[in-house]
Ligand binder design. Structure first.
Ligand SMILES: CC(C)(COP(=O)(O)OP(=O)(O)OC[C@H]1O[C@@H](n2cnc3c(N)ncnc32)[C@H](O)[C@@H]1OP(=O)(O)O)[C@@H](O)C(=O)NCCC(=O)NCCS
Length: 184
């Protein structure tokens, strides 16, 4: 196994049967903003992910996720891409590392791709990356209790419900959220 620190030099490219997980590039951003403009995608994201579709915000964000936050070992942010069409499907993150042993997973997908087990496939790959390659002992996911589809995605990947956190800070809001986790 490579050393934990050595994974943070550039966003590692991960592949599944149908998906390619890569670093976001400038070319991906218009498609990504279209995904974020959909209220159905934003509904359970805790006040929403802002659509920062102007310069210098776009360049700053790309520099943050692909360089600054990565080098500081804070988060991996991947663009999820459908191999067959080469379309941008969404985003998945693994971050909030605690003592190189625990981390948190989060994701959102374009509505066009819901219901085809794409999130399940992406979460499966990132979970494997976290546990088997980074050597994490625990990955957790926090999901609003109303977001049953996302709870299913984690459960299908072996994450277990650990409890309900009441009025918990979630994005820019407070919500009742389910804590799910997979441990090694
Ligand atoms: C949540 C999300 C990632 C799911 O993506 P997806 O690719 O459609 O998920 P999958 O197809 O892999 O699995 C969804 C599961 O939830 C189930 N499901 C879908 N809607 C449901 C609902 N309203 N109630 C209960 N289960 C539901 C599906 O049947 C499927 O389970 P199954 O395979 O056992 O039948 C996607 O809807 C999304 O991006 N939502 C907006 C952003 C978001 O909520 N992100 C998560 C924040 S924690």
């Amino acid at each position: 196994m490579k050393d934990f620190n050595s994974y943070f030099e550039s966003i590692p490219e991960l592949e599944t049967e149908r998906l390619r997980l890569t670093a976001f590039t400038r070319e991906d951003m218009d498609a990504y903003f279209d995904i974020l403009r959909d209220p159905k995608v934003q509904k359970y994201l805790g006040g929403g992910v802002p659509v920062f579709d102007k310069e210098p915000h776009i360049s700053n964000w790309l520099r943050n996720i692909n360089d600054r936050l990565l080098k500081r070992k804070i988060v991996f942010t991947w663009c999820i891409r459908d191999k067959e069409s080469n379309r941008v499907v969404g985003r998945i993150d693994l971050g909030g590392f605690v003592k190189k042993t625990a981390a948190e997973i989060s994701y959102h997908l374009s509505k066009d791709f819901w219901g085809r087990e794409i999130a399940t496939e992406a979460v499966e790959r990132v979970t494997r990356f976290g546990l088997d390659e980074l050597g994490l002992a625990r990955i957790q996911g926090l999901v609003r209790i109303e977001n049953q589809a996302s709870i299913r995605v984690l459960e299908k990947n072996g994450y277990l419900r650990e409890g309900l956190l009441h009025h918990y800070p979630f994005g820019r809001e407070f919500h009742d959220v389910v804590m799910l986790a997979i441990v090694r």
